[in-house]
Design a binder for this molecule. Structure first.
Ligand SMILES: NC(=O)c1ccc[n+]([C@@H]2O[C@H](COP(=O)([O-])OP(=O)(O)OC[C@H]3O[C@@H](n4cnc5c(N)ncnc54)[C@H](OP(=O)(O)O)[C@@H]3O)[C@@H](O)[C@H]2O)c1
Length: 265
C-alpha cells in the first residue's frame, strides 16, 4: 500500500527536486504538486522537464523547470536562485538526480562520471539551498541514495561507493544542521521501476513502482525521519550483509548476479 502524502504538510511549500524529469524524481514532483506544493524541477534535458511540467500544470499544480547539470556548482546555484525568484524560498530540497553505470572492470572515466553526477549533484545542489535555509532557520534537505550504499556489490564499485558517500555526507549534515532548524532525510530505495533499471531486472519482477517510492520518500520527509530504507526485505538483506565478517560477506556477494547498466542495453 502506498504511503500517504499529506497536503497539510506540503501545501504552499516550495519544493525543489533534482532529477525531476524522470523516474522517482518525476513522481516526487507530481506528488508534491498534487499535495499543494510549489514545485521546482531540475535536470539536464529540457524536453523531459517540460513534459513533467505540463502534466503538473494540467492537474492544476504549480511548477517551474530549470534545465542544467546539477553537478556543476555554478549551474546549481543559478537553478536555485531562479527557482526561488519564481516560487519563493526553498522549504524542501530533494537531491534525486543520479545515474547508474556498471564499473566492471573498473574504468576510471566511468567511475569518475558516476561520482561526479551522484555525489557531485547532491553536494552542489544542497550546498546551494543550505545557506538560505540556515539564515531562515528552517528547511528540509533530502538526498536519494540507495540500499546499494550498504554493501559493495560486484560490478558496482562506482555506484555503491557514490551512494555510500551520500549516506555519510547526509549523516554528518544532519548533525550539523539540526541545531539550526534544518532537517535532513536520507532515502535508500531498493529496486524501483524507472528507466535506470534494465529490462532484465524489470523482467525479474519485484520492482517497486516509482510513485510508491516517491510517496515513501515524501512521507519520510513529512515525519522528519533521519533515514528511509525500503522495501524492508531488501533493506534488511543489505544491512544484514554488513554484519557478516568481511571474508564471508565477500563470498556471499560474489555469488550474486551483478546489477547491469541500463544505459548499455
Ligand atoms: N531505480 C532504482 O532502482 C533506484 C534505486 C535506488 C536509488 N535510485 C536513485 O534514485 C535516483 C533517481 O533514479 P531513477 O531511477 O528515477 O532514474 P532516472 O529515471 O534515470 O532519472 C534520473 C534523473 O536524474 C537526472 N539527471 C541525471 N544526471 C543529472 C545531472 N548531472 N544534473 C541534473 N539532472 C541529472 C535525469 O535527467 P537528465 O538525464 O535529463 O539530466 C533524470 O531526471 C538516482 O539517484 C538513483 O541512483 C534508483
Amino acid at each position: 500500500m502506498a504511503a500517504m502524502v499529506s497536503p497539510a504538510f506540503w501545501s504552499g511549500k516550495a519544493v525543489f527536486v533534482t532529477g525531476g524529469s524522470s523516474g522517482i524524481g518525476r513522481e516526487l514532483a507530481i506528488a508534491a504538486a498534487r499535495a499543494g506544493g510549489r514545485v521546482g524541477i531540475i535536470a539536464r534535458g529540457a524536453d523531459r522537464l517540460d513534459g513533467v511540467a505540463a502534466v503538473i500544470r494540467a492537474a492544476g499544480g504549480t511548477v517551474e523547470a530549470f534545465a542544467c547539470d546539477a553537478a556543476d556548482a555554478a549551474a546549481s546555484g543559478r537553478s536555485v536562485a531562479a527557482l526561488e525568484a519564481r516560487l519563493g524560498a526553498c522549504d524542501v530540497a530533494i537531491a534525486c538526480a543520479g545515474i547508474h553505470r556498471t564499473s566492471w572492470p573498473l574504468e576510471a572515466t566511468t567511475a569518475r562520471e558516476v561520482f561526479d553526477v551522484n555525489v557531485g549533484s547532491t553536494v552542489a545542489f544542497l550546498s546551494a539551498v543550505l545557506p538560505g535555509m540556515l539564515a531562515r532557520r528552517r528547511g528540509h534537505l533530502c538526498g536519494v541514495a540507495s540500499v546499494a550504499a550498504a554493501v559493495g556489490l560486484p560490478g558496482n564499485a562506482a555506484y555503491c561507493g557514490s551512494k555510500a558517500a551520500i549516506v555519510a555526507f547526509l549523516e554528518s549534515l544532519r548533525i550539523d544542521c539540526r541545531p539550526h532548524g534544518v532537517r535532513v532525510t536520507t532515502a535508500c530505495p531498493g529496486f524501483v521501476d524507472t528507466p535506470l533499471v534494465t529490462d532484465e531486472e524489470r523482467a525479474h519482477g519485484g520492482l517497486m513502482p516509482a510513485d510508491e517510492a516517491a510517496a515513501r520518500i515524501l512521507a519520510a520527509i513529512e515525519r522528519g525521519r533521519a533515514e528511509a530504507w525500503f522495501p524492508w526485505h531488501t533493506a534488511l538483506a543489505a544491512r544484514a550483509a554488513r554484519l557478516l565478517p568481511p571474508w564471508l560477506r565477500d563470498r556471499a556477494l560474489a555469488a550474486q548476479p551483478p546489477m547491469r547498466d541500463a544505459s548499455r542495453r
